[in-house]
Ligand binder design. Structure first.
Ligand code: GTP
Ligand code: MG
Length: 392
């Protein structure tokens, strides 16, 4: 499946460690006992995530297996500060969810443009010995080490933030609908699985209002067991406020089709069934009007959700469908896009994600304990300072 839509990446990240505080004593020709003047170490660089609405995939991160910020510089003499390490900012699309790559634990998510989250904090710089002078200890031979760096392997996934998600069998007419109600140009064809990656479109509504619609690959019976394209794209409707189910008018058994879709969704995540649903009978132009009316009446009787028929070809029913969608979106209870922070099942994900297979290369599992810097060799400072006489 050649595609540029990358919605999964696994990356090893490390922040910078803090620079060590300096242990130093002032020395000048006619100032024999200059006192401590070791400055503070600089802060290590953070690893920061930033939302960027111009991004739509994680493609730019696909080949980036390691992201590291730089360490803080060491403090210097004359109370000079060490340089702060440089932060590394990772730009991600809005709707990116971040998990711990080893445990699957949910860590954070980025929803808005410009939103920044510090994923891994850089270590604080250590204090120089200048800070530790006291009345009783005027020559502290002690300075703090910098704080250690933090490291973690993370998994980032995109969960598209759309208001309406399209759900249907392959060929139900999902992409065609998106193409007539928005400016999106999805691929459309009369074979199943035309759509291989999610597509988004902005639907303009009356009075300059608009909402966002997501078209995802078709679902078939057994998708939960991996049939067709499986359920890996269903996460893109997890955060939609309203789900729009499409069942074609020419379907042999519209009820059965709808129920298969429901049960596949339930197997993926039962919470999906608590979202507002609308059932639309698509391709109404392919059947006599009378038959379409019957199908709609039948479905309305069976299910307690709005049912509407439309045709993307003739345009019949499309504006009514938009009205219903807008109505549902405006309802108070549908405003909140529920987010379940359930942890990621790493094994399942690595089975399903094609990208996951080839990133098993050895990680750098360095552990940064409170490392002792080489300036920590206190004997190096003997002969300098307060309580010694020699000038060299
Ligand atoms: N007559 C008629 N044909 C339609 C209508 N909508 C879509 N089609 C046709 O149905 C076929 C499938 O349409 P798509 O929009 O690609 O279907 P899809 O649901 O996106 O399919 P997948 O991407 O494979 O899941 C295409 O040949 C469309 O031209 C409609 O309202 N009326
Ligand atoms: Mg399609």
């Amino acid at each position: 499946m050649a595609t540029n839509f990358i919605d999964y990446v696994k990356i090893y990240c490390r922040s910078g460690k803090g620079g060590a505080g300096s242990l130093h004593f002032h020395r000048a020709k006619y100032v024999p006992k200059g006192g401590p003047d070791g400055g503070d170490g600089g802060r290590g660089g953070h690893i920061i995530l930033r939302g960027n609405r111009n991004l739509w995939t994680l493609l730019h991160l696909k080949y980036q297996k390691h992201i590291q910020a730089t360490d803080g510089g060491k403090g210097g003499e004359s109370r000079s500060f060490g340089k702060d390490g440089e932060d590394r900012i990772i730009e991600v699309p809005c709707g990116t969810v971040v998990y711990d790559g080893d445990t699957g634990e949910w860590l954070t998510e980025i929803k808005e443009h410009g939103e920044q989250v510090i994923l891994l904090k850089g270590g604080r710089g250590g204090l120089g010995n200048w800070h530790f002078r006291t009345a009783t200890n005027q020559a502290p031979r002690y300075a703090q080490p910098g704080e250690p760096a933090q490291e973690r392997t993370i998994i980032m996934q995109i969960k598209v933030l759309a208001d309406v998600g399209l759900v249907g069998f392959p060929n139900a007419g999902k992409s065609t609908l998106l193409s007539v109600v928005s400016a999106a140009k999805p691929e459309i064809a009369d074979y199943p699985f035309t759509t291989l990656t999610p597509q988004l479109g902005i639907v303009s509504y009356r009075d300059d209002r608009s909402f966002c619609m997501a078209d995802i690959p078709g679902i078939i019976e057994g998708a939960a067991e991996g049939k067709g394209l499986g359920l890996r794209f269903l996460r893109h409707i997890e955060r939609n406020a309203v789900l729009l189910f499409l069942v074609p008018a020419c379907s042999e058994d519209p009820k059965h089709e709808y129920e298969v879709l429901l049960s596949e969704l339930e197997k993926y995540n039962p919470q999906l069934l608590s979202k507002a649903r609308i059932l639309a009978v698509s391709k109404s132009d392919t059947m006599p009007e009378e038959d379409v009316r019957k199908i709609v009446a039948n479905l309305s009787d069976a299910y307690d959700i709005p049912v509407v028929a439309f045709s993307s070809v003739s345009g019949q029913g499309v504006s009514e469908l938009k009205d219903i969608l807008w109505d549902e979106l405006s309802k108070e209870q549908n405003q909140v896009i529920e987010i379940s922070h359930s942890p990621l099942d790493i094994e399942r994900v690595e089975r399903e994600e094609p990208e996951a297979a080839n990133d098993q290369e050895e990680g750098e599992h360095t552990i940064y304990l409170n490392e002792v810097e080489e300036d920590w060799d206190l004997s190096k400072y003997e002969g300098i300072g307060w309580d010694t006489q020699s000038e060299n």
